[in-house]
Design a protein around this ligand. Structure first.
Ligand code: RP5
Length: 162
């Protein structure tokens, strides 16, 4: 068993600038996490090993980001019952619609909770993981409530001129 509650995995180093947004949220909320490069296509054995060990290691949520033919979140969901949150990475060729479609249309039985394309989706993946963990962690629930209240408080009542 490990103290790490959330595993952030991604298909490539090039995904990290997006996926770091999820890590930043988990840092802000003091949630123990790890970040790994696990590619469905380039390192399939690593994917299988990570998925096979995830539940036993005590991971409670996996956030998986990938772009293009983005099979990582779905393949991970097929290998572990640990909930998988998918983040479609924005791509140059098709703006991330390819990633979104690759992740969202899972067959019945192996769900992936799919977020929005890009950094907003990665941040929301961190917040979704926090919400899941907060169900059984009152201290985290309080931190998440405070985070949400601070965001609401930061929104002005009226628009300003530049
Ligand atoms: C996917 O291919 C990765 O998730 C990444 O989004 C995309 C491109 O990878 P690189 O060619 O930049 O390594 O597997």
């Amino acid at each position: 068993m490990t103290d790490i509650e959330v595993g952030i995995i991604m298909g490539s180093q090039s995904d990290w600038p997006t996926m770091r947004t999820a890590a930043d949220i988990l840092d802000e909320l003091d949630i123990a996490h790890e970040a790994k490069i696990v590619s469905a296509h380039r390192t399939p054995d690593r994917l299988w090993k990570y998925g096979a060990a995830a539940a036993e290691r005590g991971l409670k949520v996996i956030i998986a980001g990938a772009g293009g033919a983005a099979h990582l979140p779905g393949m991970m969901a097929s290998k572990t019952r640990v909930p998988v949150i998918g983040v479609p990475i924005q791509t140059r060729a098709l703006s991330g619609v390819d990633s979104l479609y690759s992740i969202v249309q899972m067959p019945r039985g192996f769900p992936v909770a799919t977020m929005a394309i890009g950094a907003a989706g990665a941040a929301n993946a961190g917040l979704m993981a926090a919400g899941i963990l907060a169900l059984n962690d009152p201290a985290l629930a309080a931190r998440l409530d405070a985070w949400r209240a601070a965001l609401s408080a930061s929104i002005p009542d009226e628009p300003q001129d530049d």
